[in-house]
Design a protein around this ligand. Structure first.
Ligand code: GDP
Length: 195
């Protein structure tokens, strides 16, 4: 499937300054450098739309992109970034929690985890928190091109075990923006959840 056009709308540091809650929206969460911007760019087939870089923590606000004049994709600030102060991290947690719990148009959370790494404690806490609050979410395991097919499957099974233990059943998708793997599947789920 195709997302035909997309543009950057605004960056919002907190819920009260988000754009009017009008279009259904899907947000991307995960630690800094996990590949959120790259996934957005790959889905809309526009390399420079969301900024990508090797500098973790560059985005400290929620970046809104409007896709095909009908869906907002929201790039959330990466969590667990060590270089910001504890106070800032706490404020981040509150702002994002407010957004996730109170945004009336939010339809889906995409939680990204680097396929090479075991989900961190923060990732696991986030899975549990999303499950407890009954927020619809999917897990995308990024950078699938960086390890073998077998290792990818092992990593997926590990995430599934963690979610099973929490009694959470959600799609787990392996992606690679380099090899164009999983991108269509994520887009299909986005359109399903935002219809
Ligand atoms: P963000 O901080 O979550 O927005 O992460 P970025 O999208 O900026 O990606 C961080 C780094 O990982 C960049 O150098 C990307 O080129 C790289 N990256 C992201 N996705 C992939 C992928 O699927 N395969 C490979 N090989 N590199 C990726």
């Amino acid at each position: 499937m195709q997302f035909k056009k997309a543009h950057f709308v605004t960056g919002a540091p907190s819920l009260d300054v988000c754009p009017e809650a009008y279009y259904p929206e899907v947000c991307l969460a995960g630690r800094s450098n996990v590949g959120k911007s790259s996934l957005i760019n790959a889905m809309v087939n526009h390399k420079g739309l969301a900024r990508t870089s090797n500098t973790p923590g560059k985005t400290q606000q929620m970046n809104y992109y409007l896709v095909d004049d009908k869906t907002y994709l929201v790039d959330l600030p990466g969590f667990g970034y060590a270089k910001v102060s504890k106070k800032e991290r706490e404020r981040w947690g509150r702002d994002i929690r407010d957004y996730l719990l109170e945004r009336p148009t939010l339809r889906l959370v995409i939680h990204l985890v680097d396929i090479r790494h075991k989900p961190s404690k923060l990732d696991e806490e986030f899975f549990y928190w999303l499950g407890t609050n009954r927020l619809p979410f999917i897990v995308v395991l990024t950078k699938g091109d960086k390890i073998s097919h077998n290792k990818c499957q092992q990593s997926k099974a590990r995430v599934k075990r963690i979610l099973d233990e929490m009694n959470i059943e959600v799609p787990i998708i392996i992606s690679s923006v380099k090899d164009d793997v999983g991108i269509d599947e994520v887009k299909e789920l986005i359109s399903e959840f935002t219809q």
